[in-house]
Design a protein. Sequence first.
Length: 172
Amino acid sequence: MHNITSTAGIVAIAAGAVAVMAVLLSLMLMVRLRRVRANQQVILGSGSQDLVAHAAALRQHFEALYGYVQDAAAGLTARMDTAEQRLDHAIAYSALVRYDAYGEMSGRQSTSIALLDTRRTGLVLSSIHHRDQARLYAKQVYEGQPELELSPEESEAIRLALEAGSAKQASA
């Protein structure tokens, strides 16, 4: 029993305690390493590449995806520009004015219709009805200015069309 109380015995007990602690620590680290490897398997799948190679492959895939998205965005921007240019030439302002052109008390059968695009370019159609005949007149309008002199009803149709279009834009 006195071998345990001697210096060599105390050193042996201390070394044994350190060895037991080292074994416990290595068991704990082994469990942690298994968890890390299991988590890596979830991320990496069943492939044989390591985490760095997997990260490099992910980066390459993200760069390819980014390039694809940039190309798609450029294509959509070009299509949007084309659509906007086409819409600029579509009818944006329109109005109809009915009136009795000859004052015959036959009803307001004559009409003037203004059809203008966003640049206020288009035409005014006037249909003048009489008992025996009907006539159709077309006058071109370029940027709000008519090519020929307008009747009061045609001017009113243009004014109403532009007012209605301005009211729509203000409410939108």
